[in-house]
Design a protein around this ligand. Structure first.
Ligand SMILES: [Fe+2]
Ligand SMILES: [Fe+2]
Length: 198
């Protein structure tokens, strides 16, 4: 697979410092949202396969990803059930909704935008799961879990950006990713803080 030089990409705007406090104040609520995010990530990978069944590079990467995200879902659901919480229905994620609104529907842009939005979302996930892991000094097994999740999401955003470079010019990918990253930074600033990944 082609590998992009990540230094061309705009740096991630840092998550507001009070996001972590909001999450830790309702960690059970956060776990519910986290489970939902993993399930949706797996579903998104499957929908990419349905949309591009004739693209081997996409099918190969997305089937692996769908399974990995479903494993994350299973692990988070185990934590939820161990805590004897009652799982709740998925809520709409306003962050994902806003970013999906940036996806251009025309066939020549759709794939680039889907891959770029996915890369932006996974990069944010990697940052936030690492923030959570760092805060869990007193819960070593939960800390290891979130460190592993953060490392996995880090691989995922690089996967999406590298898949984009397989299908489009590197300069086109860099430009679109950077536009969407700036847009994402604004979305983060405008959305209220919740005990949720986004
Ligand atoms: Fe995941
Ligand atoms: Fe992921």
């Amino acid at each position: 697979m082609a590998r992009i030089d990540l230094s061309q990409l705009s740096p991630l705007a840092a998550t507001p410092s009070d996001w972590l406090e909001t999450v830790l104040a309702d960690f059970d609520g956060f776990l519910m949202d986290h489970a939902s995010a993993e399930k949706k990530a797996s579903g998104m990978a499957m929908s990419m396969i349905s949309h591009y069944p004739d693209q081997p590079s996409i099918v190969r990467a997305m089937v692996e990803l769908a399974v990995e995200e479903l494993n994350h879902y299973r692990e988070v659901m185990r934590l939820i059930l161990e805590r004897q919480l009652t799982p709740t229905a998925d809520l709409k994620d306003p962050y994902i909704h806003a970013l999906n609104g940036q996806v251009r529907k025309a066939a020549e842009h759709f794939l680039l935008d889907r891959l770029s939005v996915a890369a932006v979302v996974e990069r944010r996930g990697a940052e936030r799961f690492a923030i959570i892991a760092d805060s869990l000094q007193n819960e070593p097994s939960l800390q290891r879990f979130y460190q592993a999740i953060a490392a996995s999401e880090q691989r995922h955003w690089e996967l999406f950006i590298n898949l984009a470079v397989e299908h489009f010019d590197e300069s086109t990918v860099v430009e679109r990713f950077n536009e969407l990253s700036q847009c994402e930074a604004k979305i983060i600033k405008t959305l209220p803080l919740r005990a949720a990944l986004h």
